[in-house]
Design a protein around this ligand. Structure first.
Ligand SMILES: C[S@@+](CC[C@H](N)C(=O)[O-])C[C@H]1O[C@@H](n2cnc3c(N)ncnc32)[C@H](O)[C@@H]1O
Length: 228
């Protein structure tokens, strides 16, 4: 683990070995989330409202913050560390934080190796990120490590559709090209099992589809929280 990073906001702290830019694909993803995040927030509004309700306005880590889709859910006065390895996302993330006066430091790092001290934050949140991290178990272990005792981990994720459903078939059929286009996003993960094995207390996990969504392959959702 590396040294403490003291936030001065908004700013970007890149770890050169952990950030990436896959050329046109990364630029496409930054564009995609800039254009569609209002729509995604709309179809995921109930899930996010429940998972992110009651966050404390202390030190909050957001994993895979993208271009700042979850800023509207952050409590006023929070100090936010946005962990975002894609350099293509950083400019928009900083611009939106500036517009909304979010107290933000961007860490150009990966969820699997957080440059954040043990037991130092109150909340860790993520949306649509555990589908993409290379190693879910390592990311979840890092989340537990950085949370203070009593701190919470809150998530909204898409997962594998129920076995034998047409959506499951579709997910398997397009899994590889989808993962290429969306820089590692795996449509077929059993994220519930990983989260439940991660050792949080008082886990609340709900499954509910994103309703009336155009993005059929990612409509199977899970959301919830657990306490360190
Ligand atoms: C599907 S996007 C979701 C972005 C945002 N959370 C949202 O809900 O719009 C996945 C994000 O996770 C980031 N990401 C990819 N690998 C990661 C990793 N190992 N650790 C943390 N974030 C990662 C991507 O760069 C991207 O910004």
């Amino acid at each position: 683990m590396s040294a403490t990073i003291q936030p001065t906001r908004p700013t970007v702290e890149p770890r050169e070995d952990q950030t990436f830019h896959h050329g046109t694909r990364s630029d496409f993803n930054a564009w995609f989330f800039r254009v569609f995040d209002r729509y995604i927030n709309h179809i995921a509004r109930h899930h996010k409202r429940e998972a992110f309700a009651g966050m404390r306005a202390g030190d909050i880590v957001e994993l895979g913050a993208g271009v700042g889709a979850n800023f509207a859910h952050l409590p006023a006065g929070a100090r936010v560390l946005a962990v975002e390895p894609s350099r293509a996302m950083h400019d928009e993330l900083v611009a939106r934080a500036t517009d909304r006066a979010v107290d933000l430091t961007v860490l150009g790092a990966c969820a699997e190796d957080l440059p954040i001290p043990d037991a130092s934050v109150d909340e860790v949140i993520c949306s649509l990120v555990l589908c993409t991290v290379k190693d879910q178990a390592a990311a979840l272990a890092e989340i537990r490590r950085v949370l203070r005792p009593g701190g919470s981990f809150r998530f909204v994720e898409h997962v594998a559709a129920p076995a034998w459903s047409p959506r499951r078939w579709l997910q398997h059929a397009i899994r590889r090209p989808w993962s290429w286009l969306f820089e590692g996003c795996d449509l077929c993960r059993d994220t519930v099992a990983s989260v439940e094995e991660a050792g949080f207390r008082e886990m609340q996990v709900r499954r509910a589809r994103f309703r009336r969504s155009l993005f059929t392959p990612v409509n199977s959702a899970v959301y919830g929280y657990g306490i360190r």
